[in-house]
Design a protein around this ligand. Structure first.
Ligand code: 289
Ligand code: CA
Length: 154
């Protein structure tokens, strides 16, 4: 019953899911994303908007979730689906802002899964503390000040 691919990826429904104010976002998301039913499953939502890492992070936490932080291949694919749907690379919640070179989840825990692109993370120019996903699902550490697709998980 685990299916985190959040189908169907209907932007109008996604808009409703994280535009609902301070309701029970997870329950609301589940109402629309009927494929994600098992307790404990993540729900991924995007409205197609772009923002810097800080603003993207705020958008998700204000909605009661956090930036998408895939922890296995299935979740990574769910994020990739949004990346392809909107044709924009997303920021993940994963970052090494706290300790350079130590990429972690938003809650500070170490990664249990990664999908780095070849030769990444390289901290290019010494300024890459955030992570974007390419349209092949691979990860690249990237400057946090670019504008990237906002995908939240709940
Ligand atoms: O500013 C450098 C970035 O845009 C990216 O450039 C190249 O694709 C690689 O060096 C990446 O690692 C880097 O993040
Ligand atoms: Ca990089």
């Amino acid at each position: 019953s685990h299916d985190a691919t959040a189908q169907p990826c209907n932007p109008d429904l996604a808009e409703m899911v994280y535009g609902v104010g301070k309701m029970d976002y997870r329950q609301t998301a589940l109402t629309f994303y009927k494929e994600a039913t098992a307790a404990g499953d993540k729900i991924f939502v995007s409205k197609g908007e772009q923002a810097t890492y800080n603003d993207a992070k705020l958008a998700c936490t204000n909605a009661g979730g956090q930036l998408a932080s895939p922890q296995n291949a299935e979740e990574n694919k769910a994020v990739l689906d949004f990346c392809k749907m909107y044709k924009v690379f997303p920021y993940l919640g994963i970052n090494d802002l706290l300790i350079e070179g130590s990429f972690r989840y938003p809650n500070g825990e170490m990664l249990s899964y990664s999908n780095w692109s070849d030769k990444e993370p390289n901290n290019d120019q010494g300024v890459e503390d955030c992570v974007e996903m390419y349209d092949n699902g691979k990860w690249n550490d990237k400057n946090c000040n670019e504008k990237r697709l906002i995908i939240c998980e709940f």
